[in-house]
Design a protein. Structure first.
Length: 162
């Protein structure tokens, strides 16, 4: 990143632009541009924001912004490929903890989880079960053979002679 910062600084000096003038034109603080030119990446919290600053600074100086951003991305890849996965996970955990601590807890800012209404699903399942029971009863009664009690009506109490 120091090499990229030096390229930007030389381009600024070559164009005869002071650091203060560049800051005013780009609407950035002097410390931002000084950190970019010195290659101090740690001064920026967000790498994507830094990339945007570098791109707009390169455009302002008349450099090929895409080429400068490609160099920045190359630096970023080399820098981030050296970070272990455990370091990334611990940094994410710390960030989440800080966010939890910073949240204001008041009745007006509490985020409520939306409760899912399950009653329509329960009603649909009950309706399907009821329909299945009705169909079952109808099918059982349709295929049922009636009891033959009419043949034996006169024979009750009398002996059947064969």
């Amino acid at each position: 990143m120091k090499e990229l910062g030096e390229i930007l600084k030389r381009a600024r000096i070559k164009n005869g632009v002071s650091l203060t003038e560049a800051c005013e034109d780009l609407e950035l603080s002097t410390s931002h541009l000084e950190n970019i030119e010195s290659g101090n990446v740690r001064a920026f919290k967000d790498v994507y924001e830094l990339r945007d600053y570098v791109k707009s600074y390169a455009k302002y100086l008349g450099l090929d912004a895409d080429k400068v951003v490609d160099e920045f991305n190359g630096f970023l890849f080399q820098h981030t490929s050296k970070i272990s996965l455990d370091d990334i996970k611990s940094a994410q955990k710390k960030k989440e903890e800080l966010l939890q601590e910073k949240k204001v807890k008041s009745p007006y800012t509490i985020e409520y989880k939306e409760k899912k209404n399950l009653w329509p699903i329960v009603y649909i399942i009950l309706a399907l079960l009821l329909i299945a029971m009705i169909v079952y009863i109808i099918l059982v009664n349709i295929n049922r053979v009636p009891n033959r009690t009419d043949e034996l009506k006169g024979c009750i109490g009398e002996e059947i002679v064969l």
